[in-house]
Design a protein around this ligand. Structure first.
Ligand SMILES: [Zn+2]
Length: 102
């Protein structure tokens, strides 16, 4: 059985609260919660799985600023580093949020 430290619990709770009604980048979340960006990315999948009833975790996908490619089918949480079409590294940051589901 996985033992969850209270600190982890608290961070995930605060992260969930923060994402409700918002769409934030990992950078913005890391600033708001005072944790490392890579820790944000660690917590996000758990937060996504445990979104409450009537709530939906969503991602606004990254896009390439150069050719307009959108990373729609990406299963990973981290903002991609490079466009597969034109190899540009000017990629908009992925945003994460929780909204009410219909
Ligand atoms: Zn591109």
């Amino acid at each position: 059985m996985e033992k969850i430290r209270p600190a982890t619990d608290t961070v995930r709770h605060r992260l969930t609260e923060l994402l409700r009604g918002n769409a934030l980048t990992a950078k913005e979340i890391s600033k708001a919660l005072g944790i490392m960006e890579r820790d944000v990315l660690d917590h996000l999948p758990h937060v996504a799985r445990s979104a409450g009833k009537g709530e939906l975790f969503f991602m606004e996908p990254s896009g390439c600023l150069k050719c307009g490619f959108v990373f729609k089918k990406r299963g990973r949480f981290k903002t991609p580093g490079k466009c597969p079409i034109c190899s540009s590294e000017e990629i908009t940051e992925t945003r994460y949020g929780i909204r009410q589901s219909a």
